[in-house]
Write a protein that binds this ligand. Structure first.
Ligand code: AMP
Length: 184
């Protein structure tokens, strides 16, 4: 369903801002309040589902852990399978891995090597609750491509636009966000 200005405002207000979490200076955008509100959660999932209904998506991929909360119901709404991307050591079968730089140090994401069931050129939609620097999403898109699938678009509920993640992702695939917020 298309989102009106009032819908977007409703979604924005349903996200709780938690200052100084997980460390001083970070304004955490807490979506537990959005997904706990059936109107806000429904608007979010139905909006994404309508946007991708005709895109012939084969799989929805979500990144641990809030990407699971948005990605799993979206996969059901689109009638396709859901694939989790997880932190190292969590997936039990053979994985592909991608390391990415953080402000200090590195992080890593993994996906099962057979996540797309051997389907060549599977059309994949990547989803996460929020994009900040874009490191998690960029590494996830690399993983999707590593196993021979195509990331059709990367979509987010919230884009913290001041951190430049959208520009990073637009070099790799299409980018879509429901809300652009400045991080305050
Ligand atoms: P990044 O890799 O920098 O784009 O960070 C994105 C990931 O970190 C997403 O999975 C988000 O859930 C989480 N994240 C980063 N910054 C925030 C924030 N300010 N509020 C809530 N989640 C965040």
């Amino acid at each position: 369903m298309p989102l009106s200005a009032a819908d977007r405002d409703y979604l924005l207000k349903s996200i709780r801002n938690v200052p100084d979490f997980p460390k001083p200076g970070i304004q955490f955008k807490d979506i537990t309040t959005l997904v706990g509100d059936p109107k806000a959660f429904g608007l979010t999932i139905l909006h994404f589902a309508e946007r991708y209904a005709d895109e012939k998506i084969d799989f929805v991929v979500g990144a641990e852990s809030r990407g699971f909360i948005v990605g799993a119901p979206l996969a059901i709404a689109l009638g396709v399978g859901f694939v989790p991307i997880r932190k190292p050591g969590k997936l039990p079968f053979t994985t592909v891995s991608e390391k990415y730089a953080l402000e200090y140090g590195f992080d890593e994401v993994q996906m099962h090597i057979d996540a797309f069931c051997g389907k060549q050129n599977a059309r994949v939609l990547f989803v996460d609750d929020l994009i900040a620097t874009g490191g998690t999403a960029a590494a996830s898109i690399d993983l999707i491509q590593k196993v021979g699938a195509k990331c059709v678009e990367a979509c987010f509920v919230v884009n913290l636009f001041a951190l430049g993640g959208a520009e990073k992702i637009k070099k790799l695939t299409n980018f879509y966000t429901i809300l652009d917020v400045d991080g305050d």
